[in-house]
Design a protein around this ligand. Structure first.
Ligand SMILES: [Zn+2]
Length: 325
């Protein structure tokens, strides 16, 4: 059997995890650090015995991740994490779990695991889709390329490449591109539409330590919209959650992690207290609350890989801070 570089990297990640080296590393970090907030972001959690879904982890992997987080960090809600980050002198490393978009599987597969470990989490909802059946265009792209690729990993890499380019296009351009892809690939829509969370599930979870933030009304790239339309996406999604739950929706997650200074200002204007972007690092006392960083854990299939990803992000963040970037 021939071992490739990727195999060696994977073995190194397993060694890092199973020898407990990461635990020593985290303890050392706590001795010299100020508070840090890790935000771990997921999208979909699928049943343990079903096929891979794009940007998803299976329920048993999600279970292993939650156990890892619970064992190694102080698990908190976003509100608690932000309060601790900016208002405490602790040296703790806090961790908050986020799920984006509002898929029904967050209720059927993620919620039971979160309850098992008594973990708080925040779900960022695309509010026009609450209670609807819908398939996001990036999931369609994955389905289409899956027909031609040998493994879900290869299909995921190809879908990532195409989706990254489509984020910069407006709705109509993306729809035309996907229509053309369907024709070229002879795509037969075998999965049907995806079910999104409804108010019943949202309210039940909200009574059990799950909070809700806004992720716009329609999940469009805000940077492509005029101020008026972007504000409607921001205020509309905030109001819908507040009306539905009777509590403040103080948090926002930028669709696709995409933002610019204009959009950041509009998020403040819409009345949010914090916003999560996508910088692949931990957050520190000097982090901008409207550009909070997160680490994507969807599609990370083993706790060893998660440990390695988190620790390298932590070190990178510490390095940046020391260097003053
Ligand atoms: Zn999203």
């Amino acid at each position: 059997m021939e071992l490739k570089t990727a195999d060696f990297k994977n073995i190194a990640k397993d060694i890092f995890y199973y020898t407990g080296m990461y635990k020593l590393s985290l303890q050392a970090s706590r001795l010299c650090g100020s508070p840090a907030l890790l935000i771990l972001t997921y999208h979909r959690v699928y049943p343990a015995d079903s096929d891979y879904v794009y940007l998803g982890v299976s329920r048993d992997v999600f279970d292993q991740h939650m156990k890892f987080v619970k064992d190694n960090f102080k698990a908190v809600s976003m509100q608690e994490g932000i309060k601790a980050l900016y208002g405490s002198g602790s040296r703790e490393i806090y961790a908050a779990i986020n799920l984006d978009d509002g898929y029904m599987d967050n209720y059927t597969n993620a919620f039971p695991v979160l309850r098992k470990y008594n973990m708080p989490a925040t779900i960022f909802l695309t509010t026009d889709l609450i209670g609807k059946y819908h398939t996001f265009w990036w999931d369609k792209v994955f389905d289409i390329v899956s027909q031609d690729k040998f493994s879900s990993f290869e299909a995921g890499v190809e879908a990532d490449r195409i989706n990254k380019a489509l984020v910069g296009k407006n709705e109509e351009e993306a729809a035309l591109f996907i229509q053309d892809m369907k024709k070229r690939h002879g795509y037969a829509d075998k999965h049907g539409l995806c079910r999104m969370l409804g108010w019943q599930e949202i309210k039940e979870m909200n009574r059990c330590n799950i909070s809700f933030g806004a992720h716009t009304k329609t999940h469009r790239n805000l940077c492509l919209l005029k101020d008026k339309d972007a504000l409607e996406e921001l205020r509309g999604s905030k109001n819908t959650i507040e009306d539905g739950l009777g509590t403040e929706a103080s948090g926002f997650s930028y669709p696709f992690g995409v933002f610019d200074q204009r959009i950041k200002a509009l998020v403040k204007e819409a009345g949010f207290k914090y916003a999560r972007a996508n910088f692949k690092s931990f957050n520190y006392k000097d982090s901008d609350p409207f550009l909070l960083s997160c680490i994507g854990a969807g599609a990370v299939l083993k706790p060893g890989f998660l440990a390695a990803r988190l620790f390298s992000a932590y070190l990178a963040g510490q390095g940046r801070r020391t260097n003053g970037y």
